[in-house]
Structure formats: C-alpha cells, structure tokens
Design a protein around this ligand. Structure first.
Ligand SMILES: [Zn+2]
Length: 69
C-alpha cells in the first residue's frame, strides 16, 4: 500500500467501511480498515452489482406472480 500515492490511484490507501450505513448500521471506528483504492472500489462495485441483481430477481418474481393472477 502506497501512502504517498495520489488519492484515487489504485495502490493508494482508502478507508473501507465494513458495515455500510446504507445497510442500517452505525459507522464505528472498528468497522473501518485500510484498503487499496482498487480493492475497495472492486468490492463496492461487486456489492452494487449483487444488490441490483437481487432487486431484479425480486422484480421478476413479482411480475410473474401478477401475471399468474
Ligand atoms: Zn488490496
């Protein structure tokens, strides 16, 4: 990890929030850790994709249930 790397560079240091506030948890110091910017962004992108996939999965089932009525 390069603490001298400019902010935004893949190898630069970021604070990763292990329990995101959007999930209803309070941000506390112990829920944070250092992560490479690239790792942090990759994890966030993966989580967002998973959430979108889940929302779509729900939507598909709601639509199918309504069509079946
Ligand atoms: Zn890393």
């Amino acid at each position: 990890m390069d603490f001298d790397a400019p902010h935004g560079r893949p190898e630069s240091a970021t604070i990763e929030h292990l329990n995101d506030a959007t999930l209803g948890s309070v941000r506390k110091q112990q829920h944070r850790r250092l992560a490479h910017a690239a790792c942090n962004q990759a994890r966030n992108a993966f989580r967002l994709q998973a959430e979108r996939g889940f929302a779509q999965w729900i939507e598909d089932r709601v639509r199918a249930a309504r069509a079946g009525l």
